[in-house]
Design a protein around this ligand. Structure first.
Ligand code: DC
Length: 204
């Protein structure tokens, strides 16, 4: 039987960490769907046209540390507002979700658009300040001049674009369990997610 977990939420709320942990715990495959949009954003920064890039993505485009850069994240958020870019990425995500044994997908529209029938939907969120503080602590190691305010402005700009686009905006599905990680450490956030998944698994 295939078991699908959809995890959505804004940037740096902890959904990547939670997704990897629950995928490992429950023995499921994991797809970070943000990587697809980051790969398209990176190709656009290199001069490609967004829709053409989305239609011709290759597995090797999803690899590389530079996909984590903040310019690439902002470019990802911009290309993600183009309906034809989103449409070009739907089949790959749905096929991944159908793999035998089940899957965890994390992103912005997994519970609402990509997998509306997912067995469990989580919406992982946190205050913009808490998310910016986490992102700043990670990124300042590589860029010592980076200020908290710059990161906060980036986080808010991305939230605004992701929540207010017309096509598949970031929002919690009606049947999602919301986990606010503002006051939680990593272990507590993972434990809360596992508890919510176990509660649903018992009733599937
Ligand atoms: O999860 P992330 O930060 O890697 O995502 C980068 C951008 O990609 C995000 O700002 C919006 C877009 N995205 C999306 O629109 N839909 C998804 N399912 C995943 C990401």
């Amino acid at each position: 039987m295939s078991f699908v977990i959809a995890i959505d939420g804004p940037a740096a709320a902890g959904k990547g960490t939670i997704s990897r942990a629950v995928a490992q715990k429950f023995g499921l495959a994991h797809l970070d769907t943000g990587l697809l949009y980051r790969a398209v954003g990176k190709r656009v920064l290199a001069g490609d046209e967004a829709i053409t890039a989305a239609r011709s993505l290759r597995p090797e485009d999803l690899k590389g540390d530079d996909l984590r850069r903040s310019e690439v994240a902002q470019a990802a958020s911009r290309v993600a507002a183009i309906p034809q870019v989103r449409a070009a990425l739907v089949d790959f995500q749905r096929e991944f979700a159908q793999r035998t044994g089940g899957a965890v997908l994390d992103g912005r529209d997994i519970g609402t658009v990509i997998c509306p029938d997912a067995d469990v939907k989580l919406f992982v969120t946190a205050s913009a300040e808490a998310r910016a503080a986490r992102r700043h602590a990670e990124d300042v190691l590589a860029r010592p001049d980076l200020t908290f305010d710059e990161v906060l402005a980036d986080v808010k700009a991305r939230d605004d674009r992701d929540m207010n686009r017309a096509d598949a905006p970031l929002r919690a599905a009606g049947d999602a369990v919301t986990i606010d990680t503002t006051q939680l450490d990593v272990a507590e956030a993972i434990a809360t997610a596992v508890q919510a998944i176990n509660a649903r698994r018992g009733s599937v």
